[in-house]
Design a protein around this ligand. Structure first.
Ligand code: ADP
Ligand code: MG
Length: 366
């Protein structure tokens, strides 16, 4: 019998970002310290079915045999049907019995994996897991709730208007919304409240484009968000739950997007965008970013790890909080592991620390 404890690395899932998750999972599977952990892949299909170790390994191989672009863009198509409930429940229990994990590292980006749904399942089944709990995941995934939590903590953000679908389609309520949006000026960014990876986001340069942009966002989620655009550098900071002490921030990095904004292609496919680690910013700015990154993590009750994204306004030098990502990309080219590496924490030590953090949290009743 192996003395190494089995850890399940859960990937895939019924998410638009299904394909990206394979890359993150492979990186974690390959870098979890092999002398201590037996890292087991746990694949969840786009239909929601769970798979045992052998089937998960096969799925990984199949994925990496596909053309990279096609595999990466493979995600759930809105409206597609999940597997029947009885099969889904049975598949989870079979996969659990097969892997017998004592802790899981979920790396399912986007809906299902990042919004508290998967975390709720683990809580209900008493499975310790890495990362944010149920409430923090849900708040972090919903840009409207997230912004409210950040505002309550006094953190500086861009001006915005939340647009619930029911208000947008109401002839009585829409004019007031449009007036408030008009006061934000131009250009605007229109986004779904819950999505990620720039899905459903449009940059609007004239008010004529507003309706179509809001419809695009509302096709992804029932609430849209309209934000004033800032002309800014994009700064990111990696955060780790304290190891007995307060929340810790890495050195910040900078993303230099190749496209007009940092979109899905840019993030995962087009390698013309690049990052600079550590970001070339004044010491005061660097410390402000690190302080705000920890404050954002604490404001929503984060656990484990997160990446916090900022705008550094070009005209004023002001640091503005954009968002928190509770399951940031974990590929070899991802900012999160690279920022910790620059701060002196190599990948295997980082993963070791993350797995340990899962046991610090009592399950349920939090
Ligand atoms: N208010 C804004 N001003 C300027 N650029 C923005 C703004 N909002 C979003 N962007 C651009 O769009 C990208 C994606 O937006 P973001 O809110 O981070 O969504 P996601 O959760 O999909 O990553 C950002 O990285 C940035 O390039
Ligand atoms: Mg983002």
């Amino acid at each position: 019998m192996s003395l190494r404890t089995p850890r399940g690395v859960v990937f895939g899932g019924p998410s638009r970002e299904h394909g990206v998750s394979f890359l993150s999972a492979r990186c974690i599977l390959q870098n979890l310290p092999a002398d201590r952990y037996e890292a087991l892949p746990v694949f969840v299909g786009k239909d929601g079915l769970w798979h045992g170790v052998a089937a998960s390994r096969e799925e990984m191989l199949r994925y990496f045999a596909r053309p990279p672009r096609e595999a990466l863009l493979d995600g759930v198509v809105p409206g597609s049907k999940p597997a029947p409930t009885a099969e889904t429940v049975a598949s989870f229990s079979d996969a659990f019995r097969d892997g017998a994990w004592d802790v899981v590292f979920p790396i399912v980006h986007g809906t299902f994996g990042e919004d508290g749904v998967l975390q709720g399942l683990f809580e209900a089944m008493n499975v310790p897991y890495v990362g944010f709990g149920v409430a923090a995941s849900a708040v972090g995934m919903d840009k409207v709730l997230m912004k409210a939590a950040f505002a309550a903590a006094g953190l500086s953000q861009v001006r915005y208007v939340a647009v619930p679908s029911a208000s947008w389609s109401s002839p009585g309520l829409r004019p007031a919304l449009v007036a408030r949006i008009g006061a934000l000026g131009l250009p605007l960014f229109v986004k779904p409240a819950c999505a990620g990876s720039s899905i459903g986001i449009t940059k609007v340069k004239t008010l004529e484009g507003l309706d179509a942009a809001v419809e695009t966002a509302l096709a992804v989620d029932a609430t849209a968000l309209v934000e004033a655009a800032v002309d800014a550098r994009e700064i990111e900071c990696a955060v780790l739950e304290g190891d007995g002490g307060p929340t810790e921030a890495s050195l910040p990095g900078e993303i230099v997007p190749a496209h007009e904004f940092y979109d899905y292609e840019d993030k995962y496919i087009d390698d013309r965008s690049y990052c600079v680690i550590p970001a070339d910013v004044a010491e005061g700015t660097r410390e402000e970013v690190r302080r705000m990154a920890c404050a954002a993590f604490d404001a929503i009750g984060g656990a484990g790890f997160a990446r916090v994204d900022f705008f550094l306004e070009r005209s004023t030098g002001r640091v503005v909080l954009n968002e928190i990502n509770s399951l940031p990309g974990f590929t070899p080219i991802s900012m999160f592991p690279k920022m910790w590496e620059a701060a002196g924490l190599p990948l295997d030590a980082l993963l070791d620390r993350l797995v340990k953090s899962a046991f610090r949290r009592p399950l349920r009743g939090r």
